[in-house]
Design a protein around this ligand. Structure first.
Ligand code: COA
Length: 254
């Protein structure tokens, strides 16, 4: 499948979202490939670091809404939740390059990356409420922690986007660069990481995350159940149908 490009060289596996015509929105097949790639990278001793990137103009428009309508993720074992579990428990460093829109899971997956290099055109958003669903990827836990409750409420309840400067200030990203440089910087930093002692990297990452690991897994599981249920409810159906019909949703009667 060419929607996700996978390349391994010099201890670094690079995963590229490659569905630009659809703004790198993610289908079940793409999530399955990403989940399998992280699982494989976890056990492959030739892989020390993973880089995740999109395109200079767009990181990801989040879930492919048409695919979601066709194959709603109503069980915890579906590819999207398999991918989220795989990236959240991945023990090796993950470096991301993010340019342009990063919508929904395009933003929330970044809570599970270690180094994030953003183009100055990056725009982050978590419009779950606007879509009649609820936060995922443990973002209901991690966004208030990282952003403070007030800004998390604007992002998660209003669905307001935020730009690279705000993302940098809250520690979601590591640095802002011109879009044309984000991918190359991610590669350089990944190569620096790949040259370090792996056991030290693994222990350092584990120690930084261990206070949260159980809470993150629990929250992610709880969100997945609620998200799956809400997808079948009228608000989500209206929001998703409106997107497909290129009109504003009408929640007044719901
Ligand atoms: N699911 C399915 N298709 C999507 C998509 C998504 N999440 N996001 C974009 N697309 C498709 C559009 O339908 C359009 O397809 P078409 O050319 O066949 O009409 C194509 O990608 C280009 O999108 P468009 O909206 O014209 O691009 P844009 O540059 O004006 O805007 C975004 C880019 C990302 C801001 C905008 O597409 C958007 O808001 N997408 C929806 C994001 C979303 O709500 N995601 C769900 C999160 S759970």
């Amino acid at each position: 499948m060419t929607d996700i490009l996978i390349d391994t060289a010099g201890g670094v596996t690079t995963l590229t979202l490659n569905r630009v015509a659809k703004k790198n929105s993610l289908t079940a097949a793409m999530y399955a490939r990403l989940a399998d790639a992280f699982t494989q990278a976890q056990t492959d001793s030739a892989v020390r670091v993973v880089v995740l990137q999109g395109h200079e103009t767009v990181f990801s428009a989040g879930n492919d809404i048409a695919d979601f309508l066709k194959n709603p993720p109503t069980s915890p074992d579906v590819p999207v939740f398999r991918f989220l579990r795989a990236i959240s428990v991945f023990t090796k460093p993950v470096v991301a390059a993010v340019c342009g829109p990063a919508v929904g899971i395009g933003t929330t997956l970044l809570f599970h990356c270690d180094l994030v290099y953003a183009g100055d055109n990056a725009a982050f958003s978590m419009p779950f409420v606007n879509l009649g669903v609820c936060p995922e990827a443990a973002s209901s836990l991690l966004a208030p922690q990282r952003m403070g409750y007030g800004r998390a409420a604007e992002a998660l309840l209003l669905g307001d986007p935020f730009l690279a400067e705000a993302a940098l200030e809250m520690g979601l990203i590591s640095r802002i660069v011109p879009p044309a440089e984000a991918s190359a910087l991610a590669q350089r930093q990944a190569q620096r990481l790949a040259a370090k002692p792996l056991t030290s990297l693994l222990e350092a990452k584990r120690l930084m995350k261990q206070g949260q690991a159980v809470l993150v897994a629990q929250r992610m599981a709880e969100e997945a159940v609620i998200f799956g249920r809400m997808l079948g409810e009228p608000a989500a159906r209206e929001a998703f149908t409106a997107f497909m019909e290129k009109r504003q949703p009408d929640f007044v009667a719901l």
